[in-house]
Write a protein that binds this ligand. Sequence first.
Ligand code: NDP
Ligand code: 2IT
Length: 444
Amino acid sequence: MDYVDQVLQSVVKKNPAEPEFHQAVKEVLESLRPAVKANEERYRREALLERLVEPDRQIKFKVSWVNDQGQVQVNTGYRVQFNNAIGPYKGGLRLHPSVNVGIIKFLGFEQIFKNSLTGLPIGGAKGGSDFDPKGKSDREVLAFCTSFITELYKYIGADMDVPAGDIGTGAREIGYMYGQYKKIKGTYEGVLTGKGLTYGGSLVRKEATGYGLLYLTEEMLKCNGHDIAGKTVVISGSGNVAIYAAQKAIQLGARVVTASDSNGWVYDPDGIDVEVLQQIKEVRRERLTEYKKYRPESEYHEGCGVWSVKCDIALPCATQNELNLEDAKILVSNQCIAVAEGANMPATSEATEYLQAHGVLFAPGKAANAGGVATSALEMSQNSERLSWTFEKVDKELKQIMLSIFHNMSDAAKRYNVEGDYVSGASIAGFEKVADAMISQGIW
Ligand code: NDP
Ligand code: 2IT
């Protein structure tokens, strides 16, 4: 049997009931077919793909904490350390009720290739919990974060595994976790990224995923004969990635007309007001229904209808599988020219294939949203040298990294005769470095 098919089959068999993990592995391994063909004998002997799809370890633990009514709550915590061939494990922590081991594994697997694409020395991991920070008091969030790190601290460290934010984990949660880690270990080390600026955080980290998404999108458009200025952009989500994607898109001269959360979405014909979004989401922690109070000309709709709005560029920045085949058909019929994934795996496989088949430029998440983790790695560098870089310096490095990610994935696609297929190009370019490092380090 074909090597890729054989590994895909065994992943499904060994990891039942983990559909998101199957989807992520399938998308990557399908993209790697030409690279695997070229080295098949060696990779088979090394069991390279089998080793790649098996996490180094999966940690699952109990997180007990007390709510404001005095009731004890029990959540489940996870850390999947997937691969440290090229550097210490690195990846975010997701706090959302939908979290389960399959979701964390899909995110950890993607992170291997994303982190490799940044060109920086970081391995792949992900973690989180089914805890829902939404509607919780600061004290409840503190109680959860303290309990979470009281177990997780055993498995992380500045040279071992460096977690960061993701859905539901922002500056507040990272701060609480950092404080507890420091108390237990008694060391002041760069064990988490996305820290506050007064205690070792990096300038631009907050903006990095959204800004990076736009730097890469701008370059992809430019290399395909388009200018981002004057384009209409539809964005989903209204969290960290969405807010700073919108801010940079506007700075580059585009018009952003939507934002969404898990209940509904807004259409603002005059262009989304990012300061209002920041006020609602970052300061007041409110729902998007509030947006209309600040911007009476805007519309609020229940559900998830952003992709029905006519646009030139679509930037899904909320969650996995939020853009399906039907949405892709609407985007194509509205003559959308580019889709770039701010979230992890937001387009379904069918949607991705349809968009690519209809000539829409498509930048996959592992490349397009790599600016966040890249800037996390810059935060690690600053912590190691005990210095803080200026906003301009970090932003310049970030932009340089995003441009080289674009060109590396574009060149890899050309090398394997799939020019313009950035999905394949990103997987291949990310894989090559990890494969070489794994083989060089023997069997482990
Ligand atoms: P936030 O928690 O800041 O924001 C998440 C946004 O997505 C919110 O608007 C949220 O709405 C919405 N959302 C979350 N889950 C769902 C759902 N199941 N259905 C509909 N909407 C949903 O997270 P981030 O902005 O940090 O993350 C967004 C995406 O970007 C994720 O896929 C994440 O993995 C990815 N990413 C994040 C990076 C980072 O540095 N933060 C780096 C690279 C990728 P609501 O408030 O209603 O839940
Ligand atoms: O998905 C991601 O790349 C992140 N959530 C950021 C990870 C990080 O370590 O900054």
